[in-house]
Ligand binder design. Structure first.
Ligand code: SF4
Length: 366
């Protein structure tokens, strides 16, 4: 007689939708003293570089047809990426995943010259959707390296943007990730030293790093203009104004979005009692609202406004229907599309140019 043994297999259980606590339950658990309101940061959401990159992919799909390959996520937002995937975009990590001769778009975060070369070697047609403000930092890196400067690049080494900028002048560049590294980094010639930075860092933390570096290397030069971009600084300035009044700050943005993650940190640093990041409204935990009078709400530079509107609707269900916008800056920057797309649009008489997800106000749908 033979006995058979079987290995137990554990199958994943289907996800059961969570039963949300009602507004009455939340209020009974922790009554709110005073008014309930939402302070909505402005500016928030889409920046000009993201707008341009997303439209570049949309126009490529429209005019060249699917599939359109995109190296890395075109912008760091789950919703944007999955929407473009549904329309025929294929996101890859490296150029060698793209069949020879196909069309490849470089993301808003930029690429190193080695990546451009490898696309060329494969005979790929390319469209460069690198944000012009990232390109500006690349050019600075090339120029300073050519003049025999050593570059201290402040940023997160695992971020695509930093990989791209570093790749412009690897022999001359050292990445400084944080204040601790600023205290120990070694340089060859402290008199020919310049710092550059990733565009989406915390303004305050970057200055802390620069101050540490300058104490050690007094002849450290500043970049010709700020590398942290207008969109990052403006979104941080808006949440700094709201945070001291907020019992809770909600940041809409993806986990790999550097500027969204920074907004959570900045909110906490500037006095918000709690701050969380969510990709979607359904990730807002209603328990966060217990005892909360003022909710601050903002979104990262790669977030379409529709996702913020979803959160305002959810908040309204819990009694936070009073929404006021806190405006700390007006933005009207618009970048022209990548030249390869512009040429096609011109040829085909396509003059449409939407503002992407920008300038959309909650509830208005426009
Ligand atoms: S966050 Fe700044 S650097 Fe990045 S894409 Fe937007 S405008 Fe460009």
């Amino acid at each position: 007689m033979t006995t058979s043994t079987s290995t137990p297999v554990s199958l994943p259980l289907p996800a059961v939708p969570r039963q949300r606590k009602s507004r009455a339950e939340i209020e009974a658990a922790a009554p709110v003293n005073g008014e309930k309101r939402v302070l909505l940061a402005a500016p928030r959401g889409y920046c000009a570089g993201v707008d341009r990159a997303v439209i570049a992919v949309e126009k490529a799909l429209e005019h060249y047809g699917a599939p359109v390959y995109v190296r890395k996520q075109i912008v760091h937002n789950k919703h944007v990426v999955s929407t473009l995937e549904e329309r025929g975009a294929i996101f890859v990590d490296e150029t060698d995943e793209v069949p020879e001769g196909e069309l490849l778009i470089f993301s808003a975060h930029g690429v190193s010259p080695a990546v451009v070369q490898s696309a060329e070697d494969r005979g790929l047609r390319t469209i460069d959707a690198t944000c012009p403000l990232v390109t500006k930092v690349h050019r600075e890196a090339v120029r300073f390296a050519k003049n025999d400067n050593e570059i201290l690049l402040i940023g997160h080494e695992d971020h695509e943007e930093v990989e791209g900028t570093y790749g412009e002048a690897p022999e001359s560049t050292t990445i400084v990730n944080n204040p601790a590294e600023a205290r120990t980094v070694q340089v060859k010639n402290p008199d020919k030293l310049i710092w550059l930075s990733q565009t989406t860092l915390s303004v305050d933390e970057t200055m802390e790093i620069v101050n540490i570096l300058r104490e050690r290397f007094p002849n450290l030069q500043d970049p010709p203009s700020d590398d942290i971009c207008y969109a990052t600084s403006n979104r941080q300035a808006a949440i700094k104004k709201i945070a001291p009044q907020a019992d809770l700050v909600i940041v809409v943005g993806s986990a790999n979005s550097s500027n969204s993650v920074r907004l959570v940190e900045v909110a906490l640093e500037y006095g918000a009692k709690a701050a969380y990041r969510v990709d979607y409204a359904h990730q807002v935990d209603e328990n966060w609202l217990a005892g909360v009078g003022t909710v601050g709400l903002t979104s990262g530079a790669s977030v379409p406004e529709i996702l913020v509107q979803d959160v305002t609707r959810l908040l309204a269900d819990y009694g936070y229907g009073d929404v006021s916008e806190v405006v700390t800056a007006e933005e009207d920057i618009l970048f022209s599309l990548p030249k390869e797309i512009r040429a096609t649009l011109k040829e085909r008489g396509d003059e449409s140019r939407s503002l992407g997800g920008r300038n959309v106000r909650p509830g208005t749908g426009n």
